[in-house]
Design a protein around this ligand. Structure first.
Ligand code: ASP
Ligand code: MG
Length: 422
């Protein structure tokens, strides 16, 4: 008998018929003798629908003042889907009970709309499991010390499930979703993308941070910190497929590097179109310049990603960095108002039509020439590289957005990612 956590995404919970299928699948696992905790998302579209209503009434975009109420609101989506799933489980002949985050409790800080889980009191859940019940716990939400309902940010149900699995020392956390695992790249861009049977936790973390949307990044961080065995798999296989087959399907996120690792140097290609580039031109090349520019940006709570500073000429240099596109206008305005006059820079220019393409692989640690191969492939396609950033296990380039698909496909092929792993 094992303790298993299942998480079902919004699409998997998208209709009563689908919820019934989830219940049948969970019942299969329970009848196989496992203790089951299930963490559902809201039914697909529900969170957007609720936040859309708020937007209508907030006279414009909701601001920080509304955040507490946004959490109060958005958390209802998961409350509804959890209750529905418990009812469906009861109809399957199981004993089931659902809890909202504040009932468990899932304790978080008070950062509404992006709260972080601090601890989970699992006593009540354990008692129910020991009494033979399936326990359904809302994803996405918790409660702060003052008793306010909080939510964990979009996609946060992944993090709820992994945190609950960590707190309860579950044997495995299975994330059921509308894709059947983690792919070498997005199959919508490269049809020859392959599902990875395993991917290392570090690679998964890089991929999530670089734009792969399979798992919320915080859930991967949690899994890493507490070594939670984590698997991403499809909720669209027939619910009655053999449980042993199901238990081996999808992609397993692993913590041991050598065991069963696919021996590829590069495991995946990630990309995102969410960033914009800002260049501060003709800044004096002297100590304190990076701090002057990026300090002002950081003070405005704007996150900076790739940064480059050019060689200086006649004591002046250009300084470029990327920010999220949503923060672009604010960052440019701020720099024009605060930095341009005091710094004596010549101008501030920007480009929103960029994308970042990255190759990821723990094999890069022990192989030389991986980045240069990436640059060669891009040059052969005539793609200009605007910025480069590297870490131990990834190389990212910023290029013109219109070459994104071409770059992804060319790199996917060049690193043999379309070939079955040896
Ligand atoms: N329902 C929430 C969202 O749409 C949380 C989740 O689905 O993970 O972001
Ligand atoms: Mg999700």
């Amino acid at each position: 008998m094992a303790l298993i956590v299942h998480k079902y995404g919004g699409t998997s919970m998208g209709s009563t018929e689908r919820i019934r299928n989830v219940a049948k699948r969970v019942a299969k696992w329970a009848r196989a003798g496992h203790q089951m905790v299930v963490v559902p998302s809201a039914m697909s579209g529900e969170t957007n629908r609720l936040l859309g209503l708020a937007k209508e009434l907030a006279s414009g975009t909701p601001n920080d003042e509304h955040n507490r109420e946004l959490d109060m609101l958005a958390s209802t989506g998961e409350q509804a889907s959890s209750a529905l799933l418990a009812i469906a489980l009861q109809s399957e002949g199981l004993q089931a009970v659902s809890y909202a985050g504040w009932q468990v409790q899932v304790k978080t800080d008070s950062a509404f709309t992006k709260a972080r889980i601090e601890r989970i009191d699992d006593e009540r859940v354990r008692a129910d499991l020991d009494a033979g019940k399936v326990v359904v716990i809302t994803g996405f939400q918790g409660v702060d010390d003052a008793g306010n309902i909080t939510t964990l940010g979009r996609g946060g149900s992944d993090t709820s499930a992994v945190a609950i699995a960590a707190a309860m020392k579950a044997n495995e956390c299975l994330i059921y979703t509308d894709v059947d695992g983690v792919y070498t790249t997005d199959p919508r861009v490269e049809p020859d993308a392959r599902r990875l049977a395993t991917v290392s936790f570090e690679e998964m973390l890089e991929m999530a941070s670089l734009g792969s949307k399979v798992l919320q990044i915080r859930s991967v961080e949690f899994a890493g910190k507490y070594k939670v065995p984590l698997r991403v798999l499809s909720s669209f296989t027939p619910w009655d497929i053999d449980i042993n087959e199901e238990a081996k399907s999808g992609t397993l996120i692993t913590f041991e590097e050598d065991e069963n690792m696919e021996q590829a140097v590069v495991s995946g290609i990630a990309f995102n179109r969410d960033e914009a580039k800002i260049s501060v031109l003709g800044v004096p090349d002297k100590p304190g310049i990076a701090y002057h520019i990026l300090g002002a940006v950081a003070d405005a709570n704007i996150e900076v990603d790739v940064i480059i500073q050019n060689l200086s000429k006649d004591g002046r240099t250009d300084f470029s960095f990327t920010v999220h596109r949503n923060d672009y206008a604010r960052a440019v305005d701020l720099l024009k108002a605060k930095v341009l006059p005091t710094l004596g820079a010549a101008d501030i220019v920007g480009d929103t039509k960029i994308c970042k393409v990255s190759i990821v692989g723990i094999g890069m640690r022990s192989h030389v020439g991986v980045a240069s191969k990436m640059f060669r492939v891009l040059s052969e396609e005539g793609i200009n590289i605007q910025m480069i950033s590297t870490s131990e296990i990834k190389t990212s380039v910023v290029i013109d957005e219109k070459y994104m698909e071409l770059a992804v496909r060319a790199l996917h092929k060049a690193f043999d990612l379309d070939q079955p792993a040896a």
